[in-house]
Ligand binder design. Structure first.
Ligand code: XMP
Length: 324
């Protein structure tokens, strides 16, 4: 793709000009396509003078942190530090059930942890870090302009403009003129693995907003295992790219079941899979019965603590894509 190659070259040159010959940059990565493409661009421009930070908030998906770590370091050569802050996140989420409260706690602690890491990198660099990388896309720019007051914000999206105000860093946003499909083309051109380029979006607050009620280690285990089965089956059936976003939510509602010859009284998993282009409206994905039967059998048999599986057939609006 000639046009994209040219754009990449121009952008790399622009980054080099902005950062200068000795300047350094930090930035958070999540394993999503936007932050990874931005990070790869930065790595190509200034190598190890870019410091990527991945915060393990304890509510990422099964094996996600390890997978992202491996891809970014081994495959993409990015100078990455993983900060395991999961214990801190879980401690602050203890006893919290209200969705917006979960978002605030996770968003604020993310900023604290990131700031801490940034301070460490600053010290080690001898005061040479002046820039913060953000994977902001054009639609994010538009959205943050239109979300002016609390009444306009239905859910607080902490990954948009969620910058610590007291951080004296200049922001670099190399993707701010691009749409998602263009970022994917760029990612492919930059050698980013297909699975990552086509990854469904994943919210900053992670599975905390997919676990209704309190987020405990055992609830996280259940939600993770069920989600992993659902997504693996979607991939195995070749449906991943037809779906815009899919996940398993954990409902702390108990239902009666029979397992073997024992009566059980366990929780419910709700599967959600939607198609959408703009994420403002969405329709549920029309799986065939055979597929759903297979997934539900596997979840009930393999995930301890679940005895029922439901499929969410709510459109957006009125339903949102996430459960909380
Ligand atoms: P909803 O649930 O509002 O989701 O229909 C629309 C899109 O936004 C994502 N989402 C979030 N992303 N922090 C994020 O980074 C959040 O708090 C958040 N809430 C929703 C959701 O995954 C979907 O892609």
């Amino acid at each position: 793709n000639w046009t994209m190659d040219l754009f990449v070259e121009t952008e790399i040159e622009r980054i080099r000009q902005t950062v200068g010959p000795t300047g350094q940059v930090i930035g958070a990565v999540s394993g999503g396509v936007d932050s990874t493409v931005a990070a790869k661009l930065m790595q190509k421009a200034i190598g190890d003078r870019f410091h990527a930070i991945l915060v393990d908030n304890g509510v990422m998906r099964l094996n996600e942190c390890e997978t992202v770590h491996k891809t970014l370091t081994q495959h993409l050569g990015i100078n990455l530090t993983v900060v395991d802050a999961s214990a801190e996140f879980l401690a602050r989420l203890k006893g919290v059930e209200e969705p917006e409260q979960k978002r605030k706690i996770i968003g604020n602690l993310f900023i604290e942890v990131f700031q801490r890491e940034a301070d460490r990198v600053m010290k080690e660099s001898g005061g040479n870090v002046d820039f913060l990388l953000q994977g902001t896309l054009y639609p994010d720019v538009i959205e943050s302009l239109s979300f002016k007051g609390p009444s306009a914000t239905i859910k607080t999206h902490h990954n948009v403009g969620g910058l610590p105000a007291n951080m004296k860093l200049k922001v670099i946003e190399p993707l701010r003129e691009l749409f998602k499909d263009e970022v994917r083309i760029m990612g492919t051109n930059l050698g980013i693995p297909e699975e990552l380029v086509w990854r469904h979006p994943f919210p900053g607050p992670g599975i905390a907003i997919r676990i209704v009620g309190e987020v405990t280690p055992d609830q996280i285990r259940i939600a993770r295992q069920a989600d992993h089965i659902f997504i693996s089956e979607i991939m195995a059936a070749g449906l991943y790219r037809q779906i815009s976003q899919a996940y398993a939510a954990l409902l702390p509602v108990r239902a009666v079941g029979v397992m073997g010859d024992k009566r059980v009284y366990d929780q419910c998993i709700a599967l959600r899979a939607v198609t959408t282009t703009d994420y403002m409206t969405a329709d549920w994905f029309d799986f065939d019965g055979k597929f759903l039967r297979k997934v539900s059998t596997r979840i009930v048999n393999e995930v301890d603590g679940v005895c029922r599986v439901l499929y969410d057939v709510t459109q957006k609006p009125p339903g949102t894509i996430e459960f909380q």
